[in-house]
Every structure is written in structure tokens, then in C-alpha cells.
Design a protein around this ligand. Structure first.
Ligand code: YH5
Length: 288
């Protein structure tokens, strides 16, 4: 397995699943690792994630946990941009988790290599904010909006509905001339889905991954809590197990809180599969 991904100034020759470490800048962070406005704490956390083996970092300033209220544009810029500006100088691609066009534009201008939009660039102006950049784009499926999405979500056939949505949003970008190497899709675990919906999507990862490289985010989520009966800080083992199973089903990017634990598990997996671990190649085109 080797596939080229283009993330801003980075070209990744992907030979193994990549680990995306989560840096949460929301003051109310559900997992107790929120850094609020404390830039130094966030930088320290980012360093720890990179030291633990993160291939890229995902920076988010708006909570998207079920029931969360939206944050104002300026507030999100104030939370996210100081960190993006600092991290953009690192040799690690930076992803910014946002639904807001103004945040997308500012992040790309500051050097973000990827925009991760849980709303799949459906907000007015979002598509235009990213289409002519070189940033990679994560197109995620969400039914409803964070405030109400977990109130009785219903599907006729969750897998075909999610697949059709992702294919449609991906086609929109391809028709505008966006290179396939920039596009990643994500079924959006927990975003307007019951446990049964999440499990059906998980089983369908092999077929969803035929459309585009897959990003999977299940780390510490309610589905892990529902299966194990564990509270948020106790969901590490369940999350690592789920990340391994996502890798087995073709996931190319794993969005996780527990980078070091996930990387250890992936190294064991690679050894058993007789796959190289260190062969991940990242080219930074500015340092040619
Ligand atoms: C994702 O799946 N998720 S933010 C609730 C939790 C734990 C974690 C109740 N951004 C995704 O991580 N971006 C988020 O416990 C994401 N894919 C992509 N692409 C929600 C989250 C979480 C929510």
C-alpha cells in the first residue's frame, strides 16, 4: 500500500496508517485535555503528541460534542490562530478542525496543511474558502448539527446514505478541479448516529474506503463508552482497539487523543503483517 497525499506544502507517500493527534482548544473540552486560551499548555501538548509519534496534528477551537453550542467567529480565531501560527513552522502537517470559512482562510494563510470540516464544507463560503488552496480537505458526514444531532437519529440505510453523501461532496470538489490527492472522506462516527449506526459504518469501512482515503475518528467517543461502560479517561484501551480494527479495514488516517498508545499498537500490527513502519515519507516542498 502506497498512496500519495498532498497536504499543503507536504507530500506524503503513504505506506502505513497515519496518526492524527488531537489538540483541543475548547475551554470545556469533554476529555479533560482542553487548553482554553493557554497557548503554552497547548504547545506542550502538541510537542508531546509529536514526540509520541503523531504524523499530523488536528487543532480545534469549537466543541462539536453532542449538545455543544456554536462559538463566535472571532472567539474561534482567537483560540486557534496563535497555535496554528506557531505550529506551522514545525515539520508536521497541521490540520484545522473548523466549519467556518473565515477560520479556514486564516488557517490556510498561516500555513495549515489540511482543513477538517465536520460539516463537509456546506456552510456558505466554505467551499470557496478552500477550493483554490493547496490544503488537503477532510469531508465528513454529519446528520443534523451538534446541538441536536444525537436526538433520535434515523436512517433507512445508514451505510448507503453516508456513502452517497460523501461521494456527492467529493464530486463537487473534483468538478472544481481539486486534485484527488487532496481529498479525504470520513463517515463521522457519533455525528447523528446511534451505536448501531456507528457499528454498521465501521463494518462498511472497506467499501467506504474505495471512494477516497478514509479518516476515522472514534477516539474516546460515546460508542466506546457504550460498549465498555467506561468514563472518558478510561476509554484508552477501547479506543486503541477500535483504531487497530479501523486500520485493518483500510482507514488511512486515525484521529486520536492517545497518540503514543495508538502508535505502539500500530507498530505491533505492522510487525505481524510484515509491513515497514519507518517507511513513511514526508516531503516538505519548502525545504527542497
Ligand atoms: C471525527 O470523527 N470528531 S470532534 C465526543 C466524545 C469524544 C470525542 C463523548 N472532529 C471528528 O472527537 N473530525 C471530531 O465523547 C472530527 N472526524 C473528523 N474528521 C468530536 C470528538 C469527540 C466527541
Amino acid at each position: 500500500m502506497s498512496e500519495i497525499l498532498r497536504f499543503g506544502r507536504f507530500v506524503l507517500a503513504q505506506r502505513r496508517p497515519l496518526v492524527m493527534g488531537i489538540v483541543n482548544l475548547t475551554p470545556d473540552s469533554f476529555s479533560g485535555d482542553g487548553h482554553g486560551h493557554h497557548l503554552d499548555a497547548a504547545l506542550h501538548h502538541a510537542e508531546q503528541l509529536v514526540a509520541g509519534g503523531a504524523d499530523l496534528l488536528d487543532i480545534g477551537g469549537e466543541s462539536s460534542r453532542p449538545g455543544a453550542q456554536p462559538v463566535a467567529e472571532q472567539e474561534e480565531l482567537d483560540r486557534v490562530m496563535p497555535l496554528v501560527e506557531r505550529l506551522a513552522a514545525w515539520p508536521v502537517p497541521i490540520s484545522v478542525d473548523t466549519v467556518k470559512p473565515a477560520v479556514m482562510r486564516a488557517a490556510i494563510a498561516a500555513g495549515a496543511a489540511m482543513i477538517n470540516d465536520i460539516n463537509a464544507f456546506r456552510a456558505e463560503g466554505a467551499f470557496e474558502a478552500v477550493v483554490n488552496s493547496s490544503a488537503a480537505l477532510c469531508i465528513m458526514h454529519m446528520k443534523g448539527e451538534p446541538r441536536s444531532m444525537q436526538q433520535n437519529p434515523e436512517y433507512e440505510d445508514v451505510v448507503s446514505e453516508v456513502a452517497a453523501f460523501l461521494a456527492q461532496q467529493k464530486a463537487r470538489f473534483e468538478q472544481a478541479g481539486v486534485a484527488r490527492e487532496r481529498l479525504v472522506v470520513d463517515p463521522g462516527f457519533g455525528f447523528g448516529k446511534t451505536l448501531a449506526h456507528n457499528l454498521a459504518l465501521f463494518r462498511a469501512l472497506p467499501e467506504l474506503g474505495r471512494m477516497a482515503p478514509l479518516l476515522v475518528g472514534v477516539s474516546r467517543k460515546s460508542m466506546i463508552g457504550a460498549i465498555t461502560g467506561r468514563s472518558l479517561p478510561e476509554r484508552v484501551s477501547g479506543s486503541v482497539a477500535a483504531a487497530m480494527m479501523a486500520a485493518d479495514r483500510g482507514a488511512r488516517l486515525l484521529r486520536v487523543h492517545d497518540v503514543r498508545e495508538t502508535v505502539d499498537a500500530l507498530k505491533v500490527r505492522a510487525a505481524v503483517l510484515d509491513e515497514e513502519w519507518s517507511a513513511q515519507e514526508i516531503t516538505d516542498r519548502t525545504s527542497d
